[in-house]
Each structure stands twice: as C-alpha cells, then as structure tokens.
Design a protein around this ligand. Sequence first.
Ligand SMILES: Cc1ncc(C[n+]2csc(CCOP(=O)(O)OP(=O)(O)O)c2C)c(N)n1
Ligand code: SF4
Ligand SMILES: [Mg+2]
Length: 350
Amino acid sequence: MTFTRPKFRHPDSPPNALGYTRQDYEGSISTLCAGCGHDSITNSIIQACYELPVEPHRVVKMSGIGCSSKTPAYFLGRSHGFNAVHGRMPSIATGANMANRDLVYIGVSGDGDTASIGLGQFAHVIRRDLNMVYIVMNNGCYGLTKGQDSATTDRGSAGKKGIPNPFESIDLCEMAIQTGATFVARSFSGDKQQLVPLLKAAINHKGFSLVDVISPCVTFNNTTTSTKSYVYVRDHAEATGTLDFIPLRQEITTEYAEGATSEVTLHDGSVIFLYKGEDARDITNRRAAIDCLEDHRAQNRILTGLLYFTEDVEDTHDLIGTSRRPLNSLTKEDLCPGNASLQMIMEGYQ
Ligand SMILES: Cc1ncc(C[n+]2csc(CCOP(=O)(O)OP(=O)(O)O)c2C)c(N)n1
Ligand code: SF4
Ligand SMILES: [Mg+2]
C-alpha cells in the first residue's frame, strides 16, 4: 500500500509569494483514524506555512513518539525532519538549532510526550527560550497506546474504557508562562480560523512559542464523559478575542487595524492585531495571564487565543553568545584562529 499523495492538483492552484503552491507544503497521506483532531492541526500547519510563506527546505520538523508525533510525515514533505525518542524532542531540537540558527524549527508533540515522560525536557527548553514553535496536539490521553489517561486529563474526565481520572491535571500553558515562555497560545483543532494566524505568529516570533491545541481523539477520548471531546470543547471554549497576523512584507491596511483593541509588533516587524471582547486584558502581563487561566479553569471554561506574549526576548543563542552563522558555513580559518591567537589564550591561563 502506498501513502504517497497523487501528484495531480487543480491546474490553477495559486502560487504564494515564493512561487510554491499549497501542494508543495503537503506530506504523505495520513494513517491516523478518520476524524482525529491531529489531522486538522496538520492542515492548519500546511495552511500557515503556505500563507506566510516559508520556504519548505528551510523548515525543520521535530517530534517525539505518539499519534501526534507521527504527523510531521503528513505535512511539509520537502522539509528536514527528525522523529525522536518519546519525550526527547526538545533536546534534539536544541542540538539542531544550536548548529543552524537560520532555519525554522517546528516541534510537534502530544500531551503524553510533553506532560508525562517529557515534562523535564519541556520545562528546560522553555527556560532556555529556544527559538522554536512547540505544538502540543493535546487529546488528554495516550492515543497511540490505546487511550490511557495522560497528565493533561482533567480530574473527573473519563475516556472510552476508563474510570473518572482521580488526579489533578497539568495546564501546559500556565506552566509555560510560569517557566518563562515568551509566546503562549491555546487553540482547538476544529477552529482553523483561530489556529492558522496563531501558528503564523508563533513561527515569526523569535524565542520559544507554545501552541497548545486541544485535539480530540475520536477513538478513545471523545465520549460524553470526556473534557477533551469535540462537544465539550465546543461548549466550553472561550476565545480571548480574534486576531489577525500581518507579516512584515505585507502592507498593513486600515481593514486590519479597524476595530483592533491592541496590536503587538514582533521583532521582525510583523504585527498581530487583537480584537478583544469587553474583558480586554493586557496579554503582556505574566501574572494576569496566569490568573486569567486559573479563573477560567475554576469555572470549567477553556480559554483560547494568544494568552501571553512579550517582546522582551533573548533566545538561547543570545543568552550563551553562539556563532551568528550556521556551523556548516564556518571555514577552517573561522574555526582555527592561528598560532598567535592560541598562544594568547594559553598565556591568559597562566
Ligand atoms: C520510552 C517509552 N515509553 C513508553 C512508550 C510507549 N508510548 C508510545 S506513545 C505513548 C504515549 C503517546 O501519547 P501522546 O504523546 O499524548 O500522543 P497521542 O498518541 O495521544 O497523540 C507511549 C506511552 C514509548 N514508545 N517509549
Ligand atoms: S488513536 Fe486517537 S489520537 Fe490516535 S489517530 Fe486515532 S483518533 Fe487520533
Ligand atoms: Mg495524547
């Protein structure tokens, strides 16, 4: 059986600003269960990269283990990729990013991969502010191993064969804000209108961006007793407001600015316009962002949208002063300063 997509597409499929069509951002055909939220997120990633646009060969896809971590096979088939060990995607992403800072790093993980076995790696990659987008396809269970509860399963929630979960759950967004993430968002796999601009902004943000996407597992955790089912999320999600992302090279027209309650400018000059409701909050206030998440959690509401953002970013490269150029572009002359310089260094130790 082949999982390669047929090459044929509509002849008028429009190219983006770089000359690529949407097809150039696709991958193999998905082998996930029909209706799985992860496939919708895959489509949003394809759409975001096509619209931005990014050059497919300048993207690195990283993942751990799980149904979610299989998805990099289904998008950006012309990009670099590494399917790592369970919960260890952040350290692989860190190594690659240190070697070449000029690429776009998109990490895909699951709630088990991130909040259970990978919790330590998750905390430390945030603390170091690695310049990457970290997407959690959050279905509140271990889908690949038949639906056991994960650390993001809400207390009292029950999947297809389980009993109500007796343990407290981890809110990855709250944890990320507390640990020092500089861009934190939550969305729903079924809300492409919200997810695509969030992903575009996350890709353009310099530093660590978390996009936690609730993504129902139709096979094991889409029951009436689950808080990660399609119906529950639709009934309980509450957006902080809508948003538009405008990349630097695109002209900002009044059409975007009209009605916006605030705008944030990313380090590269691109802009996010936010259109918020009456409870407009300052998303650059870390404590207020955590309080707001806690308030919603207490009322069993799921807060979505851009939850926290700061322009005050120093990524890992800035923090430890690495080479400005990718390591593969350094010559022997760059790497070997010569006898005189070595002599000076040695004298410095005496
Ligand atoms: C070291 C290790 N421990 C356990 C497993 C078994 N295992 C594979 S996937 C998985 C959990 C996947 O859950 P999640 O990350 O939420 O992804 P999903 O399948 O739900 O998308 C587990 C426990 C493994 N592959 N490797
Ligand atoms: S088991 Fe669940 S998470 Fe895995 S592919 Fe099927 S629906 Fe998706
Ligand atoms: Mg999962």
